[in-house]
Design a protein around this ligand. Sequence first.
Ligand code: MN
Length: 339
Amino acid sequence: MKIGVVEKPGVLKIADRDVPKVTNPDDVLIKVKRVGICGSDIHIYHGKNPFATYPRVWGHEFVGEVVEIGSVVNGIQKGAHVVVEPIIYCGKCYACRQGRGNICETLKVMGVHIDGGCQEYIVVPAANVHVLPTPLSWDEAVLIEPFTIGAQAVYRGNVLPGDFVLVMGAGTIGLTALQMAKLAGATVIVTDLVPAKLDYAKSRGADFTINAKDEDLTARVREITGGMGPNVTIDAVCIKTSFEQAVEITSAAGRVVELSFNEIKSEIAPVNIIKKELTICGSRLQTKRFPVVIDCLKQGKIPLEGFITKIYPIADMVEAFDFVDKNNASVRKVVISFD
Ligand code: MN
């Protein structure tokens, strides 16, 4: 079978490997249909993901058809269309005991720490599999994982109906956060520097968009929120100053949700946190968001038109990565197809 593998930083190839077998009784074998390319996959390709080890079959956003099931697997039939939750956790450490396997002490993410979904067939634990509702196409289903990241940011920020939410950055993650915040009943403001991205955000339900290049973000946000500031700010820009600005701009009793893996230090005065009693939280991967997103999609609540920028056959995988690299400002999601 064909696999897409980053052999070492900078070297991405299609290689051959034997089809894996179900050996654990609670595993399933999946014929992969689609794999989404994430910003983090590009980082793995370029050797800029601190968690990745090599060689690595990339891909944590993938869907496919179950072709074999282990002897003790329940509730999943051969032929089922599924999405795979790409995280493996111990279930025993402190974080896991709080129901937060996404930050497990021994967390393993498929496509990062262990081999991922860019292979024709993959064996995964049945516990990591979510069966898709019938009407969902592969091209829709491959977007479930990215939407769980936005859903997690909204969940971590405890977005409540009637809240003002500021989403900083209208890239893929910012857009998923926008759509999930709208579903939570918030009024959503989206900021970016690229007009086309803001136009798309508007078409996805953003109540207000602000181009921070042309307008004073703080002043405009204050105006929209009646002087209060957003109740929740989701930082999907992820640079030194965006985190600083998020703390500055967020309302009293507000929440700042940070999505950055940046190692560069921001400068934040504690008084800005304490005087407003801000809650500042990280949002990493997701916990229990797959059923939430799947249910929203099933009910047709998440419009996905235009979300996929381009689909490449597996044979053109390297070209697909180059396309994402060269069109970073305009790409929403590029997908590899195994059909
Ligand atoms: Mn991703």
